[in-house]
Design a protein around this ligand. Structure first.
Ligand SMILES: Cc1cc2nc3c(=O)[nH]c(=O)nc-3n(C[C@H](O)[C@H](O)[C@H](O)COP(=O)(O)O)c2cc1C
Length: 320
C-alpha cells in the first residue's frame, strides 16, 4: 500500500505470519526501467513469499521491470489495474487500464514471456460508467488467455473523476456476489477477493463460499496481530499464533541493523503501532512508541520502554 507499507512493514508482517503472501506497494515500471530506481526492489530474504506489484502500461517496459523483479528474487510479479490516483491515471496505469483489456493482455503476455515466476493481476470490477457484469468477464477472459492464472479482484468500481483515492476505497459499493459469480464462470482461475474484509471470520466465510484467496489491506495494517498472527492457525492451519511480545523482541536485531546503516527508528516502528490493538495497554504502547521514536538518536530502548507499558513482565529486569 503506497505511502503505508514498505520492506520494514513486510519484515514485521512476516514475523506475524509464516504463510500469508505479502505484496510490495506499487512500484512503477518507468521508475525501475527509465529511472534506474533499483533500490525500490530491495527486500530481506526473510520476507518470502513476497510479490512485487508493478504499475505500468507499456508491455515492453513492464517486461523489463518484471525481469528486474525476478532477478531481485520476487516470487510473483503482479500488475496493478486497480489504483485510481490522478498521478497514476496520467501515466495510464492502474484502474484506468480496466478500459483497455487488450492492452492489459499484451502487458501480461510480455511479462510472462520475460520471467519464469507467476504473473498475476489485481483489478477492480470496473471503472466509471462501465457495467461490471459485462466488462469483468471479458477482462478475465483476456488476461487468462495471455497467461495470467491468478487474479485479485477489489470488489468495487473506481470512479476516475470526482472521487479521491481514499473515497474510491470506501464509497463505490462492494459487490462480493459478482466476484463469486466470476469464480463460477472461471473455475480454473485462482480468484482472490479484496475490499472491506476486516476480520478472519469474514475471510473464512469467503473461502468457504468458494473463493481461492482473500487479500486484506487496511485491517492487516491497523490490526496486524488479529489478522496476520491469527491467520496461521485459523486460515492456514499451521501452529499457534505468533505472540506480539515475541515479535517485538525479534524486531530488535532488525532495528539495530537499520540504525547501524544510518536509518531512523520511526521508519520501522511506525508499522508496529497497531501490534497490540484492542489489548490492555495498547494506548500506552502507541504513545510511547510514536513519541519516543522520532527523538534524535532514538534507539531500541524506546521500543523496550513502550513494551513495558503493555507487557511489564516481558521487560522486567532479570533477577541475579
Ligand atoms: C494507503 C493505501 C495505499 C494503497 N496502495 C495500493 C497499492 O500500491 N497497490 C494496490 O494494489 N492497492 C493499493 N491500495 C488498495 C488496497 O490494496 C486495497 O485494495 C484496498 O484498501 C481495499 O482493501 P481493504 O478494504 O482490505 O483495505 C492502497 C490502499 C491504501 C489504504
Amino acid at each position: 500500500m503506497m505511502d503505508w507499507t514498505d520492506r520494514h512493514c513486510r519484515y514485521l508482517h512476516r514475523l506475524l505470519s509464516s504463510n500469508a503472501l505479502l505484496y510490495t506497494e506499487m512500484v512503477t515500471a518507468p521508475a525501475l526501467v527509465r529511472g534506474g530506481a533499483l533500490h525500490l526492489l530491495e527486500f530481506s530474504p526473510e520476507e518470502h513469499p513476497v510479490a512485487l506489484q508493478l504499475g505500468g502500461s507499456d508491455p515492453e517496459e513492464l517486461a523489463q521491470a518484471a525481469m528486474l523483479g525476478a532477478e531481485a528474487g520476487y516470487d510473483e510479479i503482479n500488475l496493478n489495474c486497480g489504483c485510481p490516483s490522478d498521478r497514476v491515471q496520467s501515466g495510464t496505469f492502474g484502474a484506468v487500464l480496466m478500459k483497455d483489456p487488450a492492452r492489459v493482455a499484451d502487458c501480461v503476455a510480455a511479462m510472462r514471456a520475460a520471467v519464469r515466476v507467476e504473473v498475476t493481476v489485481k483489478c477492480r470490477i470496473g471503472v466509471d460508467e462501465q457495467t461490471p457484469e459485462e466488462v469483468l468477464p471479458d477482462f478475465l477472459d483476456r488476461i487468462r488467455a495471455a497467461g495470467c492464472q491468478r487474479v485479485t479482484i477489489h470488489a468495487r468500481k473506481a470512479w476516475l473523476q470526482g472521487l479521491s483515492p481514499k473515497e474510491n476505497r470506501d464509497i463505490p459499493p462492494l459487490d462480493y456476489e459478482l466476484v463469486h459469480r466470476m469464480k463460477g464462470a472461471f473455475p480454473d482461475m485462482h480468484i482472490s477477493i479484496n475490499g472491506g474484509i476486516a476480520s478472519l471470520a469474514e475471510a473464512r466465510a469467503q473461502l468457504e463460499a468458494g473463493l481461492d484467496g482473500v487479500m486484506i489491506g487496511r485491517a492487516a495494517y491497523h490490526q496486524p496481530t488479529d489478522i496476520l498472527a491469527e491467520a496461521d492457525p485459523l486460515i492456514f492451519g499451521t501452529g499457534a499464533a505468533a505472540d506480539p511480545v515475541d515479535v517485538v523482541r525479534k524486531m530488535l536485531p532488525y532495528i539495530d541493523r537499520h540504525l547501524a546503516a544510518g536509518g531512523r527508528l520511526h521508519q520501522i516502528t511506525r508499522h508496529m503501532l497497531g501490534l497490540f490493538a484492542g489489548r490492555p495497554g495498547a494506548r500506552g504502547w502507541r504513545r510511547a512508541l510514536s513519541e519516543g521514536a522520532v527523538r534524535d538518536h532514538a534507539g531500541p530502548e524506546v521500543v523496550l520502554e513502550a513494551l513495558a507499558r503493555v507487557a511489564p513482565d516481558a521487560v522486567a529486569a532479570p533477577a541475579n
